[in-house]
Write a protein that binds this ligand. Sequence first.
Ligand SMILES: CC1(C)CN=C(N2CCN(c3ncnc4sc(CCF)cc34)CC2)S1
Length: 488
Amino acid sequence: MAGFRDLDKALFPIKHISAVVKLFRSQLEDTNEPDLALLSIVIGLIENQLTSRSNAGQLIDSPETTVLPRFELETVENLYRKFKIVITGSVEPNKTKTYATRDLVKRVSDVIWNSLTRSYYKDRAHLQSLYSYLTGSKLDCFGVAFAVVAGCQVLGYDDVHLALSEDHAWVVFGPHGSETAEVTWHGKGNEDKRGQEIGKLDSARSWLYVNNKPVVCTRQMEVAALVSAINPSLNASVDATEVALLQQELLWLLYDLGHLKKYPMAIGNLGDLEEISPKRPGIACSALFEEAIDAARRFYNNQHVYPYTYQGGYYFRNKKYKEAFESWANASDVIRLYNYSRDDEEIYKEFLEIANEHIPYIMKIESSGFEANTILKKSECFANLLKFYDGICQWEEGSATPVLHIGWAKPLVNTISKFDADVRAQVHIVCDNMEEKLSKKNGSIFNNNNNNNYEKEYQATMSKSNNKDQTTSHFYPTIEALTAACSE
Ligand SMILES: CC1(C)CN=C(N2CCN(c3ncnc4sc(CCF)cc34)CC2)S1
């Protein structure tokens, strides 16, 4: 581990954002073991100081001139030392340079777990860093997983790494990261599974474990995870701009060093920040959302949903409704292969908001009669809408827990009825991929899909369906399910 070196200490007392970027740069460039505990304490200290005081609205213009309250070296050193003592006081360091064991990982998780405050509001903001852990004995579920990895780094286990799905975090360890272990809890009222292997049971088919295509972090990607977890919010509606600027600068540093290449959500986070306040001429935020999608397609066999909802949300906010429908149809194309389980509430809420808030809002605007080239005349919009709803129907099929209810069907029927018959008639539905559909029933879909055939399949489909005069949409035979839902 790089440790807290004299050249890092020389940057203190920290008064500007640029000094924090320098600290991160030296940790990321000078060593292949950036010190997770040090960086998490520094970021947590800054975030907590700047989001607890009422200093909203300070004029921010650049990383060099934005004045931060002084962050003293001594404060950071004391917390850093405290973390080392908490960890090495309970678990013996790895003197023999061996791989971590399941027992070791579980013991580090127990040290963190048993030192947390008995009961507190787990979803509160600013509970993700070691600063929160060391000063308030509180961590959120991501923060516990991160703290376990930072603890294993302190003990000298460089094989223990953070594994991230779109709504959960765990660790990998052992030769080539071949072992997995739960180290934190997930969701409300669920018994934690700490110490157990990942996704051996039916949970393997839930979105929560992304069909065993998690983002497995390097140390540098673990730094990207702590930077992504920075939460600039002062309250529900106001952000501390200097914290948002710091997060954006650090994400660009990680991007430029190549550490976001396999981390779609971090690229998406940077895209969201760039939409609000562009810092990098030449890289539009829309290009970042596309980059996140490409990374998910290339490295995670297109099993992640969020890259498409980052992009769909961007198009929606910018009134590009035709493009938003396409992104949301692609998001639905991912979820359809999963089985919905009780652990998947977060993505359920995401699709519910798109289907029952965003799409009805767009329909209202587009049918107000003042839109010249309204999307209601575009067959590809209708096709993408059907594909969006069809994917959700397929998600439900074969799942123990139902997804759709009458609350979904009303906006759905209302939306479809807004398209004229002649527009609907232009959509030719080709029912193919029957074998893919059937194999989902008996669970084999996740086996042959593991050979990452998404890229080949994607290219083949794209080359086939580029005829201009009509919209040929590749659907799966659940249009019946869809129309049945409509007639309810
Ligand atoms: C399109 C969206 C609704 C916008 N923000 C989204 N996210 C915000 C940032 N998120 C994340 N960003 C970076 N890394 C991670 S790891 C993780 C699972 C818990 F550990 C979540 C997450 C989660 C997803 S998805």
